[in-house]
Design a protein around this ligand. Structure first.
Ligand code: ADP
Length: 192
């Protein structure tokens, strides 16, 4: 029904909202962090290559992530619809996705950007670290991930704004409220 991506800093709720939206719209939810953690757990070549960057809160090299995701959405039967979560995360990834999309007639319809103040992000991530024990949810790694987001991922805001597909959503409040806000901003795009 649509091709969209979630663009937001760590802790903004990409995973939670991604799962809900994908289910509501019946599209696959492809979260690069989850896919990469699965590779690490299985000890694949990609997992071995990705682990150190992930543990330190840095980015996995573009070429590896681009191959992984384009294989997933491209493959032998390219997906028509999908919700991407955590990709693209650099301008190089965004350009690769755009080139692929233009070639395949599958450019993105909407970019859902969740906006949450930094203190709130840190609070949520520290809490998640306590509960889930995710290895990159510790105080110093969290700071690094937020900085990596500002430097590498925030420039994508302009890239998608220029293309007229950026939806800015207030990412504070209850999970339900945020889902509703996203649905309201998406609906005009989905009706077309
Ligand atoms: P968060 O958004 O909370 O940082 P993710 O689960 O999306 O969590 O990502 C976890 C880690 O996986 C990132 O810190 C990074 O090391 C790696 N990663 C995920 N997506 C990408 C990507 N598109 N490019 C490079 N590295 C990525």
């Amino acid at each position: 029904m649509f091709r969209a991506l979630l663009l937001a800093p760590p802790g903004a709720g990409k995973g939670t909202q991604g799962e809900r939206l994908a289910e509501r719209h019946g599209v696959p939810h492809l979260a690069t962090g989850d896919l990469l953690r699965d590779h690490v757990a299985r000890g694949t070549d990609l997992g071995v290559a990705a682990k150190a960057a992930m543990d330190g809160g840095g980015l996995v090299p573009d070429a590896l992530v681009i191959d992984m995701i384009l294989e997933r959405i491209g493959g032998s039967e390219p997906l028509k619809d999908f919700l991407l979560d955590g990709f693209p995360r650099t301008l190089r990834q965004a350009r690769a996705a755009f080139e692929w999309g233009s070639l395949m007639g599958r450019t993105f319809d909407a970019v859902i950007m969740l906006q949450v103040p930094e203190e709130e992000l840190v609070r949520r991530l520290v809490e998640r670290g306590r509960q889930s024990g995710r290895s990159d949810d510790s105080a110093d790694v969290i700071r690094n991930r937020l900085q990596v987001y500002e430097e590498n991922t925030a420039p994508l805001i302009g890239f998608y704004e220029e293309r007229g597909i950026l939806l800015r959503i207030d990412g504070t409040g209850s999970v339900d409220e945020i889902t509703e806000r996203i649905e309201q901003s998406l609906s005009p795009l989905l009706e077309v």
